[in-house]
Design a protein around this ligand. Structure first.
Ligand code: UDP
Length: 250
């Protein structure tokens, strides 16, 4: 990618760069690295960057067609996306439609229990603290969001869930749970940011009842299962089949 400026931020799966043409825009590079369990488990997966970039782009476009604001502007290449420059709110908003993962480790709720309405959990995004689950009262104390922003975050997260659940259902995928991050643009607008991909969503294939085979997301890596990228590739194929290729930026 030719036109990016300097590196602003490097995370576990992405790098964010300034844009030389506008302070309101950034370029995001999706990397092939994968981490799990707060980076205790690490690996490189050939093609992961491309698959996550393209899946994420298509999903942001799906959200946009439903009037949900996101930071996404367009794809620049296989592994690069242009986005609005936002200040990321250090919270991870997790929406759960079916109980699994940490919810079942931390509560007696049985794996596979349907959660309707979906459960919304808020985590404080801080690797050193291990991304702790936080309470409403602690969120208040942190002062990260105004009351209005807090209800907007929750409304938007629930709208994203409704929209993505329906979209994935059409391509025979069950959206089990997923994580969202939000950002504030230079014009003070709240938008969905970061990425939406098999790294951040649990997706189960409705075309098989095999409990391992149906996993088409990062749980394959977390659980040490094989065919991790084949699973991401299957999600990519179905998403693009239903949606078509994401738009190019400029
Ligand atoms: N998730 C994520 N990043 C995180 C933590 C969770 O993208 O740092 C996603 C994860 O992929 C899953 C959902 O959020 O789709 C719920 O994860 P959970 O709390 O069950 O944690 P886990 O079992 O992955 O530790």
């Amino acid at each position: 990618m030719q036109n990016h400026g300097s590196l602003i931020y490097e995370g576990k799966a992405k790098r964010v760069f300034t844009s030389q043409s506008s302070p309101d825009e950034v370029f995001i590079e999706f990397k092939n690295s994968a981490t799990a369990f707060n980076a205790l488990k690490k690996a490189e997966f050939h093609d992961k960057g491309r698959l996550n970039c393209q899946i994420s782009a298509s999903l942001f476009e799906v959200l946009e067609t439903h009037g949900i604001p996101t930071h996404y502007l367009g794809v620049v290449s296989d592994t690069w996306m242009a986005a609005q420059n936002v200040q990321i709110i250090p919270l991870e908003i997790v929406i759960r439609n079916i109980a699994t993962g940490s919810l079942c480790k931390e509560t007696p709720i049985k794996a596979g229990t349907e959660l309707n309405p979906a459960l919304l959990d808020i985590y404080y995004k801080d690797d050193d603290l291990g991304d702790p689950l936080i309470t409403e009262a602690r969120l208040d104390k942190l002062g990260l969001l105004t009351n209005d922003q807090r209800s907007d975050v929750e409304d938007l997260a629930r709208r994203v869930n409704k929209c993505l659940k329906e979209f994935f259902n059409q391509i025979d995928l069950t959206l089990v749970d997923f994580k969202l991050e939000f950002g504030i643009t230079n014009r003070r607008k709240l938008v969905v940011a970061d990425e939406i991909s098999p790294d951040t969503c649990r997706l189960w294939d409705q075309r098989t009842s095999d409990l391992q085979e149906r996993i088409l997301d990062k749980d394959r890596f977390r659980q040490g299962l094989d065919h991790v990228m084949e699973a991401y590739g299957e999600v990519f194929k179905r998403v693009q089949g239903a949606y078509s290729k994401p738009r190019n930026y400029k």
